[in-house]
Design a protein around this ligand. Sequence first.
Ligand SMILES: Cc1cc2nc3c(=O)[nH]c(=O)nc-3n(C[C@H](O)[C@H](O)[C@H](O)COP(=O)(O)OP(=O)(O)OC[C@H]3O[C@@H](n4cnc5c(N)ncnc54)[C@H](O)[C@@H]3O)c2cc1C
Length: 371
Amino acid sequence: MKTTLIVLSAARGARWSISGHGSVKTIASHGKFLTTIFSQVETLNTVQERKASETEAMQEKITRDITADYDVIIIGTGPAGLQAAIHAARRKVSVLVLGRPGDSSLFKAHIENYCCVPGVKTGEELIHTGIEQARNLGADFLEEDVVSTAALADHTYQVVTESDNAYKAYALIIATGVSRKGLGLKGEKQLIGRGISYCIDCDANFFRDAAVAVAGDGSAAVHGAITLNRIAREVTLIAGELKISPSLERQLQETSVSVLTNTGIREIKGTDRLERIVLKDGTELALDGLFIEKGAKGAMELAAFLGVQLDPEKFTYIITDQEQATNIQGVFAAGDICGRPFQMAKAVGEGCIAGMSASSYVLKQRAAERK
Ligand SMILES: Cc1cc2nc3c(=O)[nH]c(=O)nc-3n(C[C@H](O)[C@H](O)[C@H](O)COP(=O)(O)OP(=O)(O)OC[C@H]3O[C@@H](n4cnc5c(N)ncnc54)[C@H](O)[C@@H]3O)c2cc1C
């Protein structure tokens, strides 16, 4: 076990990195960028006020014991991540694949338009086959969500999972699909940036000493509620059934977060700002803030903290070149997260390229280190 210092800005080659590694200015620029994506409403003064507390919050995360080292870490167990794992593992680099297979878009699909696979196959069957193939070639799997990413000072990358374990690799492949979902309730969209947010990492500090709730039952929601518990006055987690690791559940129990399970939000109330929500059983909660965090931590947060470039119009997709390389050296992306069409064939094709590119990158890094 060793402790590693993480470089906060993590932006080798990042376009919006204003200054050098670890500076307050760089952190603030990332924070502003993230907020632009998710809440779109923020004044300059508030950004400045936030700088100091953001730095503090980030500092808490800067040292970690690394649980294990790999050559390539792949975030996502859908067709893009699995194909990347197959191609990387065949090149004899060590591979760790993180994520929950059941959360892949493919899992519930029925596929009849994939070349060389006749008839209709269930996505579940295809995913299990892909995992088996990658495993047989030597890839390791861990069925956990990633909650943070960071670049380390030695030009490697670290990911932290929901169980608070940290893994390190020369190369990262982001293959997280597209999953950001709202609640679909009346008033939800109008109140984004006015009490409603989809990004706890971006907006938590707006809610110092406030009453907030987090809606969601996956790792992102629980991790977010734990973060907010250090900032807000009272935090309520509103969940259906919690789908998290025992270790994350223990972390949650150690906080003062009020956990309401087997419920959901029926109504959102407020005109200029969020005022209250109504739960499915009719209970009303007066709130200053509501964070909607469904499923795993969104790829956009994971990518943005590394300085990965997103499409300039909507900040929805990761931009890659023909090698599936992002603007950050050693970080690759594949599948739905790189844009339309959302099809398995495209995800697999990009996964193949990303796996090959990442493994070539690792082999070059190793050769350079030997010189
Ligand atoms: C109902 C439905 C029907 C479809 N039908 C077809 C069809 O007929 N033909 C076709 O070609 N395509 C179809 N698709 C589309 C196809 O499923 C997707 O294009 C494909 O699954 C994309 O693959 P992906 O690997 O990029 O992402 P996904 O398959 O979505 O996989 C993303 C993976 O990333 C993981 N992940 C996300 N965030 C994190 C995190 N923070 N930490 C760790 N892991 C994370 C998820 O758990 C998941 O394992 C369908 C999709 C749906 C929803």
